[in-house]
Ligand binder design. Structure first.
Ligand SMILES: Nc1ncnc2c1ncn2[C@@H]1O[C@H](COP(=O)(O)OP(=O)(O)OP(=O)(O)O)[C@@H](O)[C@H]1O
Ligand SMILES: [Mg+2]
Length: 634
């Protein structure tokens, strides 16, 4: 039968296409930025500058001191140079023969040269320090972020709010924090650059200083408007850009490459990409046009203001308020000040903008710190005699109902205990609670008499080995994949590899245990699903753990490897305590005790024979599997 495809309407423009794109958080700041006036910007600046300088200080004290101090000192020399210039001009414009006038101007000229030279040297030094600060701050901020993302309780990753906060902090918080620091120094430079000629003008004549501000206002306005336009476009495009990156990854990355071909997705993906690129281009062209208009009006107004200033100077000159030489120096000072002021306004705008994202980063840090286990908890004992889960109830954040309710389990040291049940019955959840990865909402998990909630989480998890159902394929070498997070010991590693059958995988790799398991890098290898699982099981065996949790360790293994692994587990894997989750009931029948879960509750428990006698869910499932095998055999 032919399947009729419904004709779809053409897709909406991407900016309003919200399918799967969480763009809301981008928009909140857009609003604030668009409506913020100069006053709001100015009020926010001091706090931002202080926070940024604190961070820079933490990253590198010397570079911070040089970047800030150098700028301030350079400003002093700017003012000094301008005043000396005024004195040079005064000597040159004095009465008398020219050689005498030049001679008289020489000392001041020398001062101008020295001031200019020193200013240049100071600016170079502080520019260098500023450039050095950026990567250092970036590293500090990113390290702090990753320390937090790896320390927060696991449930944080089930919370969409947390994900949003992480995304914001990672995408823009980290790079923009470094920008805040950099721009702070630029703002200081700009302020000094404006204050220095202003001070010089004030020294020449008090009336001159306000003139500088008159010429600077239109230029500042134009710069501000231009910057604003750029950021507005940035916000309008942020969701579209993210989509573009996503699409370009789909077309250029390794993982989807096979499916792109298998489903002939090329034209579809390129079409989607084209739509986003069209939107981006049209917005950018619009911005370029508006920026040109803003600049033109700014230039026009600046021209008019400059004419006004020169007219004012002419009035001052003709009325004898200031001499010609001072007027000449004043023109120089006004021009210097103008340039600095334009830069200052731009930098302030940028500081404000990056400050919003810096705020995101700080918010994330606060949010994450509230989700970190408090320090100073007791270290766990090396092992336990009995591990118990006592009426444990657990609901995933945001879930409709509990994944586990009133579950009680007992595991004695050296036992093999199996958890069985249908998909979604709560086995993995229970395993994660027993591993201390989640804490129960009510009830307790105890090592003998101590609740594991009162133990230091990291220390506890060092004593537990978990081979997760959805184990990670770490893009590292085989050795690192097995040893990860434990002390390296080659002999133990090979034993663990042999126990999991990973040694046979390694035998086929040219670099042995040092083979890189990532095809995206030169000399990298990839493994089959079952081979990866053997490596994951080896990682579980390698860890010197009191408790080993196997969550479906054989789902991808071939029959021989599966048999070998279960045989090893059956022989109690060197006396360790084992919790085994498996759908292969023939393999769990040897467990000391079997817990059968159904919809988050323990419905049956006991050894295999007892459960079979009982004729409940376990017996049903077992009989079903057994009959399938018998059916095949007959
Ligand atoms: N991170 C999560 N957030 C919300 N609900 C979850 C999460 N993980 C699992 N669940 C839900 O909790 C219940 C128990 O899931 P769990 O993974 O423990 O089942 P399982 O017994 O291991 O199933 P399977 O045999 O498929 O591995 C399921 O209803 C599942 O949808
Ligand atoms: Mg599971």
């Amino acid at each position: 039968m032919r399947i009729r495809l419904r004709r779809r309407r053409p897709a909406q423009p991407v900016a309003s296409d919200r399918s799967g794109l969480a763009i809301d958080y981008w928009e909140t700041h857009g609003e604030e930025l668009l409506t913020a006036g100069l006053g709001a910007i100015a009020r926010r600046l001091p706090a931002l500058v202080a926070a940024a300088l604190r961070l820079a200080w933490q990253a590198n004290r010397r570079d911070t001191a040089v970047a800030v101090g150098g700028n301030l000192a350079a400003g002093v020399f700017t003012a000094f140079g301008l005043v000396a210039t005024s004195s040079v001009l005064t000597s040159l414009f004095a009465m008398g023969p020219t050689p005498d006038r030049v001679r008289a101007a020489l000392p001041s000229l020398l001062l101008v040269a020295v001031a200019t030279g020193l200013r240049g040297a100071l600016l170079t030094a502080s520019g260098w320090a500023q450039a050095r600060l950026k990567p250092q701050v970036e590293r500090l901020v990113e390290t702090r972020l990753l320390e937090l993302t790896t320390r927060v309780e696991l449930t944080a990753f089930d919370d969409p709010e947390f994900h949003n906060a992480v995304r914001r902090a990672r995408d823009t918080g980290v790079p923009d924090t470094a920008t805040v620091v950099e721009t702070t120094v630029t703002v200081i430079t700009g302020m000094v650059g404006v204050l220095a000629p202003a001070a010089a003008l004030a020294l020449m004549h008090p009336v001159l200083m306000p003139l500088l501000l008159v010429t600077a206002v239109p230029a500042g306005w134009a710069a501000m408007r231009s910057a604003r336009l750029r950021y507005q476009a940035f916000y309008r495009l942020s969701a579209a850009r993210r989509r573009k990156y996503m699409l370009s990854d789909m077309m250029a990355e390794r993982q989807p490459a096979a499916e792109v071909r298998a489903f002939t997705l090329r034209d579809f993906l390129l079409g989607q990409y084209g739509k986003v690129a069209d939107l981006e281009q049209s917005v950018q062209l619009e911005v370029a046009r508006d920026q040109a208009a803003a600049k033109a009006s700014g230039d026009l107004l600046t021209g008019a203001a400059t004419v006004a200033v020169y007219a004012a100077l002419a009035v001052l000159l003709s009325t004898g308020v200031i001499p010609l030489a001072v007027a000449g120096a004043a023109v120089l000072a006004v021009r210097t000040g103008q340039a600095s002021l334009t830069g200052l306004v731009q930098a302030m705008n940028r500081l404000y903008e990056s400050g919003l994202y810096f705020g995101d980063y700080l918010d994330f840090c606060r949010m994450a710190e509230a989700r970190v286990q408090p320090p100073g908890l007791a270290a766990p004992p090396a092992s336990f005699r009995t591990l118990t889960a006592e009426k444990v109830t657990f609901t995933y954040p945001g879930a409709d109902g509990p994944a586990l309710s009133q579950v009680s389990v007992t595991v004695k040291r050296g036992e093999v205990v199996a958890l069985v049940g249908e998909n979604g019955s709560g086995k993995t959840t229970l395993a994660k609670l027993l591993a201390g990865l989640y804490l129960p909402d009510s009830g307790a998990i105890r090592w003998d008499d101590t609740d594991i909630a009162d133990m230091d989480g990291d220390a506890l998890r060092r004593l537990i080995s978990v081979i997760a159902q959805d184990h990670t394929r770490w893009p590292l070498t085989v050795r690192e994949n097995i040893v990860m997070g434990s002390e390296p010991d080659d002999e133990l590693m090979m034993e663990a590899a042999a126990a999991a059958g990973a040694d046979k995988v390694v035998a086929d790799l040219s670099q042995g245990y040092d083979s890189l398991l990532d095809r995206r890098f030169r000399g990298g290898h990839d493994l089959s699903g079952g081979q990866w699982q053997r490596v994951a099981v080896a990682r579980g065996f390698y860890r010197d753990a009191a408790l080993v949790i196997f969550d479906e360790p054989t789902s991808a293994l071939d029959a021989r490897a599966e048999h070998a692994l279960f045989e090893r587990i059956r022989r109690h894997a060197d006396g360790r305590t084992i919790i085994l989750i498996s759908h292969r009931l023939a393999s769990v029948r040897y467990a000391d005790r079997i817990y059968v879960l159904e919809r988050g509750k323990v419905v049956e428990q006991g050894p295999h024979a007892e459960l079979m006698r009982r004729g409940g869910l376990y017996a049903d499932l077992y009989a079903l599997q057994a009959s399938a095998y018998k059916g095949e055999a007959s």
